[in-house]
Design a protein around this ligand. Structure first.
Ligand SMILES: *Cc1c(COP(=O)(O)O)cnc(C)c1O
Length: 355
């Protein structure tokens, strides 16, 4: 049986403040106008000038030779893993990685890979942990093929990998002859938070992608980048998966608009996340993780409040927030203002005080 997402009761108030996910951003009027004006062609033919402009720009931004436009971040991971790995090979990733928890088992179903789940705090792991997972080469051990990291680490609380840690795990992969893949769903959040240019952050990776539907606010699209040879092979998988498109420039125009107008402003989302964390920490018993970027994880258990009950009570006030792995996750983005953060804090204070 497939579960549909839970729907709020029919009489629940409209969502006024949406902290549920940065995927729920709505394209702005200016973005829609850019999409309206887009020059388009047949994307599958390589004939869509706006898609081509986006791919060229993304390849340059990520310091890679080439890039391909795909409908979603999930498809970027699927295409990348299908391109890097053969059936029976192993991918090494953090135990909370999106590829493990949230992609419907596709990497087993379609790529035939197994994922070796690594431990470490905040969605990251050390070079020592990675080294300890190296299997001796033998007839019976699964061949290890690919290192995968998330930047930022989603379930890790939007954590930004320190560059030295990233370099250290890449060095282990290189030494073992593995390929390297970065799930950069929120890569620009990491770039804005750290001040390190994207190309520098991704230099050790054979493939990397960026999602345009998270805090960047586009309705659709993600771009996967790598060597010309890698992207050539990725294109075959895109076609096989039904991911080739036609006048996709309409969507690529939204992504280009996001690159021009929605990257620097991610700093506002980070400031709002920090303000939310600061306010939450003032509530007795609230366990709050310090956010690096736009995701705030907290747990009200010690305040005497059940997490699910708090989420439910907020929803009745038109404030939507999510639960992930037993904790509450609040996500700041384009459609969340500083005033909304204050209003959310006031609502939480009142709910917790009433118990
Ligand atoms: C959202 C997300 C994805 C999937 O991207 P979609 O565009 O939603 O398919 C993959 N990895 C991480 C870390 C994400 O946060």
């Amino acid at each position: 049986m497939v579960h549909a997402p839970d729907r709020p009761p029919a009489d629940a108030p409209l969502v006024r403040i949406n902290l549920y996910s940065d995927t729920q951003t709505r394209p702005t009027r200016a973005m829609r106008e850019a999409m309206l004006e887009a020059e388009v062609g047949d994307e599958q033919f390589g004939d869509d000038p706006t898609v081509n402009a986006l791919c060229d720009r993304m390849a340059a931004l990520m310091g890679k030779e080439a890039a391909v436009f795909l409908p979603s971040g999930t498809m970027c991971n699927v295409v990348a893993i299908l391109t890097h790995c053969r059936p029976g090979e192993e991918v090494l990733a953090h135990e909370t990685a999106h590829i493990l928890s949230s992609e419907g088992g596709v990497h087993a179903a379609l790529a035939g890979t197994q994922i070796n789940p690594l431990q470490g705090s905040r969605g990251m792991f050390s070079a020592d942990t990675l080294r300890a997972a190296i299997r001796p080469r033998s007839r019976y051990a699964p061949p290890q093929r690919l290192l995968e990291v998330e930047q930022t680490a989603n379930i890790g609380g939007g954590a930004v990998w320190p560059q030295a840690e990233l370099d250290a795990v890449v060095a282990v992969a290189r030494e073992q002859g593995w390929s390297t893949h970065m799930d950069g769903a929120r890569l620009m959040n990491a770039v804005v938070a750290s001040g390190i240019p994207a190309a520098e952050m991704t230099a050790g990776f054979d493939s990397v992608w960026l999602d345009f539907t998270k805090g960047l606010g586009a309705p659709l699209g993600a771009v996967l980048a790598g060597s010309s040879d890698f992207i050539g092979q990725a294109w075959r998988w895109k076609q096989r998966l039904g991911g080739s498109m036609r006048q996709a420039g309409i969507c690529a125009a939204g992504c280009l608009h996001a690159l021009d107008h929605h990257v620097d402003r991610l700093a506002e989302d980070h400031a709002n996340a920090k303000a939310l964390a600061r306010g939450l920490r003032q509530i007795p018993g609230m366990a709050v993780e310090e956010p690096d970027t736009n995701l705030v994880f907290f747990d009200p258990a010690e305040s005497g409040m059940d997490a699910a009950a708090l989420v439910g009570a907020l929803r009745l006030q038109g404030i939507q927030i999510s639960m992930l792995g037993g904790r509450i996750r609040a996500c700041t983005h384009l459609d969340v203002t500083a005033a909304m953060v204050e209003e959310t804090l006031a609502a939480i204070r009142t709910i917790v005080a009433k118990g």
